[in-house]
Ligand binder design. Structure first.
Ligand SMILES: O=c1ccn([C@@H]2O[C@H](COP(=O)(O)O)[C@@H](O)[C@H]2O)c(=O)[nH]1
Length: 272
């Protein structure tokens, strides 16, 4: 199944736009798991189990796994295996490099790890993105306007073709004729999201930045939905993963994901 088929199915089945971010920080794991031989994987298995009927996707961030060396790579593989079949998995590694290197990134994600989608930094241009388009069942989510305050330093620069993030959105629409892609837009920029959705009417948009980063849930649903009332994935990592540091962490994660699902669905209701 392609990323797009999996996404449509899970949105419908779980009635959800919640993407659960898997960012395991060893310092934040519950104390009672720390003595285990594979604490990160034990933690993630419980998180996945607790949220599998609430999420529309999972987004492991490679940095948190790579930082743990071989144990982290094994935890990433184990977490991917623990995610139910048919549920889309987006590897967040913001890859972007010259063509032959980009081929290796794409191979790692789609062939070694077997994920359904990736995040890619598009600033190196067409030849850096091309290798990801070789995987026609995947989806390359291209950074457009990131959630962090520093996004303004580059992505809001004026160019002779308009503001850079708008140029990137137009480019993504053009590139989507060649290969499957979407956009990453920070949930912290609801007004710009409206502009971006007007440009990229049909592309899926991954929206990180709710919860700890303070993104506005109501406005991003209202401004991010496509004409069919879909096409968004709203990621939350820390607010779900670390809702409790006690033995009840999985229940608390479930509750946090459920609260987010309800808030997003209420906002969606207002749009229907
Ligand atoms: O613009 C971006 C792009 C990616 N991210 C990533 O999403 C999660 C957000 O984590 P929270 O704990 O929910 O803040 C994390 O993996 C980031 O690297 C982003 O935040 N903004």
């Amino acid at each position: 199944m392609s990323f797009f088929e999996k996404y449509s199915d899970t949105v419908q089945r779980n009635n959800s736009f919640v993407c659960v971010g898997l960012d395991p920080d060893p310092a934040k794991l519950p104390e009672h798991l720390k003595g285990k031989s594979d604490p990160t994987l034990a933690f993630l298995r419980e998180i996945i189990d607790a949220t599998r009927d609430i999420a529309c996707a999972y987004k492991p961030n490679f940095a948190f796994f790579g930082a743990q060396g071989i144990a982290g790579w094994e935890a990433l593989q184990g977490a991917i295996q623990a995610i139910p079949n048919g549920m889309p998995i987006i590897l967040d590694f913001k890859a972007g490099d010259i063509g032959n290197t980009a081929e290796q990134y794409a191979y790692m994600a789609y062939c070694q790890l077997g994920v359904d989608a990736v995040t890619v930094n598009p600033l190196m241009g067409t030849d850096a993105i091309g290798p990801f388009f070789a995987y026609q069942n995947g989806c390359a989510f291209l950074l457009c306007l990131t959630s962090n305050p520093g996004s303004a330093d580059i992505l809001r620069l004026n160019t002779d073709q308009g503001v850079l993030y708008e140029v990137l959105a137009h480019k993504a629409v053009e590139w989507s004729q060649t290969g499957p892609c979407g956009l990453v837009v920070g949930a912290t920029h609801p007004n710009d999201l409206k502009t971006i959705r007007a440009i990229a009417t049909d592309l899926p948009i991954l929206l990180p930045g709710v919860g700890v980063q303070g993104g506005q849930t109501n406005a991003i649903v209202q401004n991010g939905l496509n004409k069919k009332g879909s096409g968004i994935l709203i990621n939350s990592s820390r607010s779900i993963l670390y809702a409790s540091s006690g033995t009840d962490f999985a229940e608390a994660a479930r509750q946090s994901a459920e609260d987010l699902r309800q808030v997003l669905n209420s906002a969606r209701g207002g749009k229907r």
